[in-house]
Write a protein that binds this ligand. Structure first.
Ligand SMILES: Cc1cc2nc3c(=O)[nH]c(=O)nc-3n(C[C@H](O)[C@H](O)[C@H](O)COP(=O)(O)OP(=O)(O)OC[C@H]3O[C@@H](n4cnc5c(N)ncnc54)[C@H](O)[C@@H]3O)c2cc1C
Length: 477
């Protein structure tokens, strides 16, 4: 390890890994350092598997930090560049719900598609061949889309590649071994500040050391978004309020979702609510999956979900998220999200709340007794049975109820009283750094890629942003 590098990348999630990988592939002569406050991928073990409890691991939750970032424990559903009927009819490219992303502003669809294809091939090279879901039974997909249209729901059919949680782990282990021969890596080192001189970034400060670099790339993901928000305030880094996605993780019987799971694996359903005209969507569907807590570095626990390739449950889980965008003087979307999490954690003794859909409708609390009799058994047993109306606002609750009842018209059973709602699930990409075509922020020599600065959503686009960043650094774009 040296104390001066050409490039330092903070974070070792997919955006960072693919940036470093691409730099090695294009034979960059740059001296590169990757730093993460979490552990190597092989040392990342979530205690829930053995203890059934979230132990709030420090310095970072093993679900969301360390080599491969939030990717290691995710089940690796990769958005595909393949044309779906949505992409064809809209003459557009689905990149995960971020239509106004700077990637789309600066790069034409053809270029983004080519990078997605390139990334897909790398995932295949390091992982095992896994087929694309949602490319067959096109007539049935179209029939379901027509049915959805009648309810004013859009069902977006984007083919996805499913790797499975254990397989993602192996894949990222191979990438870690590949990269450590080529670049320097520092684990369990938290970056707490930047070194800024003459309005230029010249390095970073960790709890233990200062390291200098010509360019610093922030790839800090959702876990780092709160720190990033503070950096923006401190150094007046320009940003804009992006969408905040607030909602729940919904868990229901596989049998209810069977048809859609078989057809698409992941159903992306989007609607605008009749009650408020807010955008609501499903996200990250996990057939036979498990609901999981995710704990952030500030100690707050929220909910997420994943699916293993081999270990299966009887339930499917998916996020249902309502998108909000506030205008000035609002400027702290991350803080706002954590406020909601704080309420849930205070009420539940440090975890998230789970409520039966029927109880929410009837304005009743869910209790442990009711949960025992419930036909859907929770896959996250540590969630606290209670009442989501204590933590989610009236508008969000109404939006969620309306959405669930509308989806029930195309997926019978979607609004079953026994279905479980875990909350809150919040996506922390609302603090969007303003960047130029080269991913540089308004603070010179500081770059931002991936989820943390609000550029992308999901594994595929985080990885793609890393590849594009590398090409910019080597002027190969
Ligand atoms: C349970 C779960 C399941 C998911 N499933 C899917 C899926 O199936 N498909 C999909 O497309 N997406 C999925 N996602 C989302 C996906 O994992 C993320 O979009 C992706 O990992 C973002 O990549 P990134 O590089 O931007 O950041 P991240 O992967 O979040 O990595 C950021 C890294 O930065 C590090 N870091 C943060 N702050 C600091 C600091 N101050 N100092 C040092 N290091 C720091 C963190 O430790 C972390 O390792 C899932 C996420 C979770 C949590």
């Amino acid at each position: 390890m040296q104390d001066k590098y050409d490039v330092i990348i903070v974070g070792m999630g997919p955006s960072s890994i693919f940036c470093a990988y691409e730099l090695t592939k294009i034979k960059s002569k740059k001296k590169i350092l990757l730093i993460d406050k979490g552990k190597r991928v092989e040392k990342r073990i979530c205690p829930i598997k053995d203890t059934g409890k979230c132990l709030k691991c420090k310095p970072i939750c093993n679900i969301i930090g360390g080599f491969s970032g939030a990717g290691a424990f995710s089940d690796g559903k990769l958005l595909s560049y393949h044309l779906s009927s949505y992409n064809k009819s809209a003459k557009d490219l689905y990149i995960g719900g971020k239509d106004d992303s700077y990637i789309k502003k600066y790069y034409p669809n053809s270029k983004i598609k080519a990078v997605m294809k390139y990334v897909d091939n790398i995932y295949l090279e390091f992982g095992e061949a896994s087929s694309l879901k949602g490319m067959e039974r096109i007539t049935e997909i179209h029939d379901l889309q027509e049915k959805a249209k009648k309810e004013k729901l859009s069902l977006i059919d984007v083919p996805i590649r499913h790797l499975g949680t254990e397989k993602s782990h192996e894949l990222f282990y191979k990438l870690e071994k590949y990269l450590e021969k080529k670049v320097d890596m520092l684990f369990e080192e938290e970056i707490i500040d930047l070194i800024v001189e003459d309005k230029k970034v010249i390095g970073i400060i960790s709890k233990n050391k200062k390291i200098y670099a010509d360019k610093v790339i922030l790839a800090v993901g959702v876990d780092g978004s709160s720190w990033l928000e503070q950096l923006c305030l401190k150094y007046k880094i320009k940003k804009r309020n992006g969408y905040m996605d607030i909602g729940i993780r919904y868990e229901l019987a596989n049998s209810t979702m069977q048809y859609v799971n078989d057809l698409l694996y992941e159903s992306k359903i989007i609607a605008h609510s009749k009650c408020y005209n807010d955008k609501i969507r499903t996200y990250c569907q996990n057939p036979s999956g498990f609901v999981t807590p995710e704990t952030y570095d500030n100690g707050y626990t929220l909910v997420n979900g994943h699916a293993y390739k081999d270990k299966k449950s009887n339930n499917t889980n998916l996020a249902i998220l309502v998108s909000y965008k506030f205008s000035s003087p609002f400027h702290q979307p991350i803080e706002y999200g954590f406020n909601i999490a704080q309420k849930a954690n205070l009420i539940s003794g440090g975890t998230v709340i789970v409520q039966r859909f029927g109880d929410l409708l009837n304005k009743e609390k869910t209790t442990s007794q009711k949960m025992k009799k419930n036909s859907i058994k929770p896959t996250m047993e540590s969630a606290y049975p209670y009442d989501l109306s204590y933590i989610l606002d009236y508008r969000t609750i109404n939006n969620l109820i309306e959405f669930i009842q509308r989806v029930d018209k195309i997926i019978p059973g979607f609004a079953n009283n026994d279905n479980l709602m875990y909350g809150p699930e919040i996506k922390f990409y609302g603090n969007e750094l303003i960047i130029n075509k080269n991913f540089e922020t308004s603070l010179k020599n500081l770059y931002s890629i991936g989820t943390g600065g609000g550029l992308t959503i999901g594994l595929m686009m985080a990885s793609a942003s890393g590849v594009l960043m590398a090409r910019v650094l080597e002027e190969k774009n």
